[in-house]
Design a protein around this ligand. Structure first.
Ligand code: PXL
Length: 459
């Protein structure tokens, strides 16, 4: 198997959340092979940086030489370099190899402790930024590099232009230090500003998020993404890693770099994000509570449409399925707009009668399940595939509309008993994923025999 190789020249973070450790995990997340040059060894935990040990420059140089002599390195990231001596060395070595790095201008740790000395910023501006492909600065770093205060949105654009004038091809200014529910990062390419917006995740320090973002951008560039696409994707992935983060020590939270995360789609307005998030949360709850006998042969999809959805591209769903794996439901795939045909067609058809009914999922058909639905008091409608006119646009659209027309309302349940090669199916409809999940919980609860329930209570 062939793998792309990305290099990180950065510091070691003993607590495993930032620095070289975060970079390697980020490369690995992308399936890129990471190689490393350690510039400094920090002794730190999730609460403080205790000491910084500079690796002797000849040792840093040896690491760089060994790697370039052997690997075909597709992209280079620069993290903590600490001072002018290391900045000059990295700059000289990369220039000799004609390599333009992604530079994360690390100055201060999440804990507030310094990760650079007073020679660092000026040397970065003088030696490394002129040869950088991209610099990824947070607001305090941007203030230092642009030598100006940043207090308003318009200051950010001005600072980006000033930093661009120092020589990098792209300037990414990360807006996390700015107040507000949404965080906007700004990418400047010398001509245009590109904006990337995602909601703030409250109550997080997200130790290692800067390292992770720049490493993901580097890894994505190694995979031949364009710089704009690399920033977009890296931001989405980092958001999910923070969202799934955890507290390994007594201090700051760190990111979860494991590969099972759901990455939010790139959004142009907040509702697209909200719909994705609500569906993701409901699916995560569903796979924990659903008994495997409810999963159809063909697998399940779970959808949630944007308000006023018109086409299936306005409906978020699983690109893949929820399937049965070792007797447990498992989500196989990621969530995306336009990912479902059948269950999306059901939601769109339901919305044409009642625009508030925006979510649906399909479960295995069984007469017993159907009886339970009725005994719970769910409204049920159905269609028979034999009645479908040959002119119908799609079975799901026709069937759903047929069932709704017969009932003169959108029911909780729409089922059909299948036909040759077509699995019978029950669909649960609701206003949103929580509503559908609640109906599923009610059904699951009702399906547990009374004596089992009693036994569970008295256990
Ligand atoms: O997040 C910046 C950073 C970079 N490099 C190292 C770090 C940190 C933050 O703590 O420890 C080694």
């Amino acid at each position: 198997m062939e793998k792309k190789v990305a290099l990180s020249i950065a510091g070691s973070d003993s607590c495993g959340g930032a620095g070289i450790q975060a970079d390697l995990k980020s490369f690995s997340y992308l399936g890129v092979h990471g190689v490393t040059v350690i510039s400094c060894v920090t002794a730190q935990n999730t609460q403080q940086v205790r000491t910084i040990y500079k690796v002797p420059v000849d040792v840093i140089e040896n690491q760089i030489e060994s790697l370039f002599d052997d690997f075909s390195i597709a992209a280079v990231k620069i993290g903590m370099l600490y001072d002018e001596e290391i900045v000059k060395l990295a700059s000289r070595k990369l220039k000799a190899r004609n390599r333009k790095p992604i530079v994360d201008p690390v100055m201060v740790a999440t804990s507030g402790d310094a990760l650079s000395n007073n020679t660092f910023a000026a040397s970065l501006k003088q030696y490394l930024l002129p040869q950088a492909l991209m610099v990824t600065a947070n607001i305090p770093e941007a203030c230092t590099l642009a030598d100006m205060p940043i207090t308003q949105q318009k200051d950010i654009e001005k600072a980006a232009k000033k930093i661009f004038a120092l020589g990098p091809e792209f300037v990414l200014l990360k807006g996390g230090h700015f107040p507000g529910d949404m965080v906007t990062d700004l990418l400047y390419d010398g001509k245009q500003f590109h904006r990337f917006v995602l909601p703030r995740i409250p109550q997080r320090k997200a130790h290692g998020s800067g390292c992770t973002l720049s490493a993901l951008i580097t890894g994505l560039l190694a995979l031949e993404e364009s710089p704009v696409a690399a920033v977009e994707k890296a931001k989405s992935i980092t958001w999910s890693m923070i969202n799934e983060g955890y507290f390994p020590g007594k201090g700051a939270d760190v990111l979860n770099h494991s590969s099972t995360i759901q990455v939010p789609p790139l959004v142009t307005y907040p509702e697209q994000f909200e719909v994705w998030l609500q569906l993701k949360n409901a699916i995560e709850a569903l796979v924990c509570l659903l008994p495997p006998q409810f999963i159809p042969e063909v697998g399940m999809n779970f959808t949630y449409a944007l308000p006023d959805a018109k086409t299936r591209n306005d409906v978020c769903a699983i690109q893949g399925r929820i399937t049965r794996h070792k007797e447990h439901p498992a989500l196989c795939g990621t969530l995306a707009y336009g990912a479902s045909k059948h269950v999306a067609a059901i939601v769109l058809a339901a919305m044409s009668f009642d625009p508030s009914m925006r979510s649906a999922l399909n479960i295995r058909y069984a007469q017993k399940t159907l009886r339970l639905c009725t005994s719970i008091g769910f409204t049920t409608g159905s269609f028979d595939r034999k009645d479908e006119p040959s002119t119908a646009p799609s079975t799901m659209e026709w069937g759903t509309k047929h069932a709704i027309t017969m009932l003169r309302r959108v029911p909780d349940i729409i089922y059909d008993t299948g036909s040759v090669g077509k699995e019978p199916m029950i669909r649960v409809l609701g206003k949103n994923p929580q509503d559908v999940l609640f109906k599923i919980k009610t059904l699951v609860n009702a399906s547990i025999p009374y004596d089992t329930k009693l036994r569970n209570v008295y256990k």
